[in-house]
Design a protein around this ligand. Structure first.
Ligand code: NDP
Length: 262
């Protein structure tokens, strides 16, 4: 992780699960970011208690209200982050917020497909568009041609279940809306990597592993449980982020740094 020098980071869905773990690990780094923006949709709610407690101890942690399916909320969040940053840019945007609905193919619905797609795919699209000026500014603030997570990057939290080539655990979890939304997120990541390369922004889709969170535990079948703690997943992912360079943009990687087939 020594190679990762992040001036500022924004994590969506930061009040629990992997998002909260990312925030905790950024704050605990030997060289913590100057700004850690923890975005969550209900900052004053019960589920953000731990985040509020953290913010009371770390003056570089700012809680930002954000509903990723609402363009006005995204706009307001970008304005608030821009104000805190003054003239400087945002180094890392981590599109982590996500949802799953446990439907099988036979009972999938229009409403559930649309809801999951809006959260898991359209949310990251709109976030990338709205935060682009701040990400560009971060790249301009660190001269040099190479792409890296210490310069400017978008990390889209994807899932192995979105892989079409290596279709994983279909018998135990069809989760059609979720799989489709993550396959589409992977395509979005590829498109972002091609478009944003000229702006100096690295983009990847990242699979966190099967992790012990509210979402991960929904896949617990009794005989199969999520093997990874949040800490193990986040430590692995931060190591991966610290190692990324130009050749990695537009790829789909696991928390261990392995390339996942699309
Ligand atoms: P959790 O269910 O534990 O947490 C989800 C987070 O996303 C919560 O903070 C939730 O906020 C937030 N969120 C959901 N919808 C919205 C929305 N519309 N606007 C803003 N925030 C929202 O999930 P995990 O921590 O396990 O997952 C994080 C990411 O990792 C997801 O993208 C998931 O798909 C991915 N992933 C997780 C795996 C696992 O095993 N856990 C495996 C593969 C991928 P709130 O508290 O308000 O609901």
């Amino acid at each position: 992780m020594a190679g990762l020098r992040v001036h500022s980071v924004l994590v969506t869905g930061a009040n629990r699960g992997i998002g909260l773990g990312l925030v905790q690990h950024f704050l605990g780094m030997p060289n913590p970011p100057q700004w850690v923006f923890a975005a969550c949709r209900a900052p004053t709610g019960q589920r953000a208690q731990e985040l509020r407690h953290l913010a009371s101890k770390h003056c570089n942690l700012v809680i930002i209200p954000l509903e990723v399916t609402d363009p006005a909320s995204i706009k307001a969040a970008a304005a608030q982050v821009g104000e805190h940053l003054g003239g400087s840019g945002l180094t890392l945007l981590i599109n982590n917020a996500g949802m799953v609905i446990l439907n099988a193919l036979d009972n999938e619905t229009l409403e559930d497909m649309a809801c999951v797609y809006t959260t898991n795919t359209i949310g990251p699209l709109l976030m990338g568009q709205e935060f682009l000026p701040l990400l560009k500014k971060a790249d301009q603030g660190r001269p040099g041609p190479a792409l890296s997570c210490s310069k400017a990057a978008i990390i889209n939290m994807s899932s192995y279940t979105g892989s079409i080539e290596d279709l994983n655990l279909f018998d135990t979890a069809q989760i059609v809306s979720y799989r489709c939304s993550k396959a589409a997120l992977n395509m979005l990541t590829k498109c972002q990597s091609l478009r944003y390369k000229e702006d100096g922004i690295l983009c990847i889709a990242l699979h966190p592993g099967w992790v012990q969170t509210d979402m991960g535990n929904m896949g617990d079948t009794g005989s199969q449980k999520p093997p990874l703690t949040v800490d193990e997943s986040v430590q692995g992912m931060l190591k991966v982020l610290s190692s990324l360079s130009e050749k990695d943009t537009g790829t789909f990687l696991s928390w261990e740094g392995k390339v996942i087939p699309w």
